[in-house]
Design a protein around this ligand. Structure first.
Ligand code: CP
Length: 329
């Protein structure tokens, strides 16, 4: 059975296939390729784009979606093996997932990092539990470790702008935030860009390193695809002549204490027109959204000619159509 809980489940060839199908089907918004299919969507965390885009994919494709908001409109779910369930969780995934699997053709799950521990996040226990107990294909809607649908939409947006991505200089730059955020989005951008052979630059202040397992996986993809990965602790140097600037806030590698408020020594990492001036003339700006204006990124960048953030969000719809088609066929 196919799953899409990590980009590794797809591999380079399927990623290429999905991006090609997404670009081609973008011109056929009403293509009915999911006739009669039902997608279960289990959300442990809030969402705007992921929920709306998957519901739209199913509706426009001739299928339908069932939304489960775990812990608010449905039972709070336990995933730990051997847990003594005398707390808030009324149901274990051991029953809930096989039951849902009897109703739907595929099951998507959103579950962010809970405690901000990078080792735990990399293990992705809740997503693994869904995959283990499901009897239908499972799909990652953003987990503690990865957000593969976002990574695919990011690369689709870049390819629409620049065509081939082999050796294209792209920068993933850390951004300030009022709270430490999980690393699923930067992980997925790095992994997917590596699969597509980009010249990847990652810039962050010391102490905000991505997990060594993700970096190791990305290096293997980059090597196979003819790309490269380099690291910077100065944003300005990393921006030089880069074609894509991707800003994203994420938490420190050791603990998720509150680190970035107005007095943060890293507030100058907020991306403004001054920084963007160092990038290539035709550079584009990406962010997965939601974005905190004038904390992570200045208005002038989000509203400027660099910004492709709305196209990027639209492309979630297109890559997810192609991904579901692959997953269910
Ligand atoms: N980028 C993204 O996944 O957006 P949502 O959190 O709104 O779904």
């Amino acid at each position: 059975m196919k799953h899409a809980t990590r980009i590794a489940d797809l591999g380079c060839e399927v990623v290429e296939e999905i991006l090609a199908a997404a670009k081609s089907w973008k011109r056929q918004p009403h293509r009915k390729h999911l006739e009669g299919k039902v997608l279960g969507l289990v959300f442990f965390n809030p969402s705007l784009r992921t929920r709306a885009s998957f519901e739209a994919v199913m509706a426009r494709g001739g299928g339908s979606a069932i939304m489960i908001e775990a812990g608010s409109e449905s039972w709070k779910l336990e995933h730990r093996v051997g847990a003594v369930m005398n707390g808030e969780c009324a149901e274990h995934l051991r029953e809930a997932v096989p039951v849902l699997s009897r109703y739907v053709d595929a099951l998507g799950v959103r579950s962010f990092s809970t405690d901000g521990n990078d080792e735990e996040d990399c293990r992705d226990a809740l997503m693994r539990a869904f995959r283990k107990y499901a009897t239908v294909p499972t799909l990652n809607l953003e987990s503690a470790r990865e957000h593969p649908c976002q990574g695919l939409a990011d690369l689709m947006t870049i390819e629409e702008q620049f065509g081939a991505t082999r050796c294209l200089p792209v920068l993933l730059t850390w951004a300030p935030h009022i709270k430490p955020l999980p690393k699923a989005v930067p992980n997925s951008f790095l992994l997917t860009a590596a699969m597509r052979g980009c010249e990847i630059r990652i810039a962050h202040p010391p102490g905000f390193e991505l997990h060594r397992e993700i970096i190791g996986e990305a290096h293997a993809y980059a090597e196979a695809a003819g790309g490269s990965i380099s690291f910077f602790c100065e944003q300005e140097r990393a921006l030089q002549d880069v074609c894509v600037v991707y800003a994203k806030a994420w938490g420190p590698s050791t603990s998720r204490e509150r680190v970035n408020d107005a007095d943060s020594p890293h507030a100058d990492w907020m991306l403004s027109a001054r920084q963007m001036a160092g990038a290539a003339k035709d550079a584009i700006f990406l962010h997965c959204l939601p974005v905190r204006r004038n904390v992570e990124v200045a208005d002038e960048v989000l509203d400027g000619e660099w910004s492709r953030v709305v196209d990027e969000a639209e492309n979630r719809f297109h890559v997810q159509r192609a991904l579901l088609h692959w997953l269910l066929n």
